[in-house]
Ligand binder design. Structure first.
Ligand SMILES: Cc1cc2nc3c(=O)[nH]c(=O)nc-3n(C[C@H](O)[C@H](O)[C@H](O)COP(=O)(O)OP(=O)(O)OC[C@H]3O[C@@H](n4cnc5c(N)ncnc54)[C@H](O)[C@@H]3O)c2cc1C
Length: 254
């Protein structure tokens, strides 16, 4: 199938990679002039182990499995990362039951090697730390999120997929079995068999400019506004603006 993925953040690039590996013809359309410049370059770059989400929830399952897959992907693709571990501390005796509850929930979620440690053990790991007890999560880690996205993009391009920068999805409509998408004002409508909306904070806007999309399925009260269309630089066979990613584009972390 010919598939358009809207948004080149970590979600869009991961979805596009999976589709490309499945043999689909994938184009990722990104409104900005580089990939990963939205939420994906404004996060803490933590690989969460998965102990906070309610047991049995989708978020718990996906977080635990996702962390394992992410470590494997980092290893196989040379993405900088470190399983540095995390301490969740109780700074008073009253807080100890709360961290014990986190450890129990994590164990129910399948997080490996969570351990309740005492103040002395915690201080041996972090000499400046003063606490009553702590939960040690050895599977929590940190990752270079831009290196991750660059590796995802590499796999997409290896499978013949492409990234079209400065290519905002402006309007979508479904006609005779295909999605007709206006990507940038100059490109006209381009037909795809399927579209993935991975536009992050723009996802509701993309839903709102999708003809026939039920307004009551767009979370929050939302009024469509115009998406601006920068002028494209070079064009793909689909008529989209194609640019090479800027390797190591700056990643701001908090
Ligand atoms: C403060 C903070 C800290 C966080 N810390 C962590 C953490 O430590 N670990 C963790 O796993 N997660 C963390 N997260 C969550 C994580 O960063 C996000 O879940 C993830 O980056 C979302 O990726 P995304 O691809 O959905 O969105 P984005 O990265 O925002 O990508 C969406 C892309 O779509 C593009 N776009 C929008 N509209 C259009 C359009 N019409 N046409 C074409 N392109 C469009 C945007 O330009 C953007 O590039 C954090 C989030 C925040 C806010």
């Amino acid at each position: 199938m010919e598939i358009l993925v809207i948004g080149a953040g970590v979600v869009g690039l991961a979805a596009a990679r999976a589709l490309a590996l499945d043999g689909h013809d994938v184009v990722v359309a990104e409104a900005s002039d580089a990939f990963g410049m939205g939420i994906s370059s404004r996060n803490s770059e933590v690989i969460h182990a998965g102990m906070y989400y309610p047991a049995g929830s989708l978020r718990a399952r996906h977080c635990v499995r996702g962390a394992r897959l992410l470590y494997e992907f980092c290893e196989s693709h040379g993405v900088a990362h470190r399983a540095c571990g995390k301490l969740i501390v109780a700074t008073s005796q009253e807080e100890v039951p709360a961290i014990e509850a986190i450890r129990r929930r994590g164990a129910e979620n399948g997080v490996e090697r969570l351990e309740l440690i005492d103040a002395g053990q915690a201080a041996r790991l972090e000499p400046h730390l003063r606490c009553h007890a702590a939960v040690l999560s050895p599977r929590t880690g940190i990752i270079d999120s831009h290196a991750l996205m660059l590796a995802l993009l590499g796999d997409i391009e290896d499978r013949g997929g492409s990234l079209a920068l400065m290519s905002p999805a402006l309007r979508l409509r479904f006609d005779r079995g295909r999605w007709l998408v206006t990507v940038g004002e100059d490109a006209g409508e381009i037909a795809f068999d399927a579209v993935v909306n991975a536009a992050g904070l723009g996802a509701q806007q993309v839903a709102a400019v999708t003809e026939g999309y039920p307004a009551d399925r767009i979370p929050g009260s939302f009024s469509p506004r115009a998406v601006t269309s920068p002028s494209p630089a070079a064009r793909s066979s689909k008529g989209l603006s194609i640019q090479r990613p800027r390797k190591g584009a700056g990643s701001a972390c908090i």
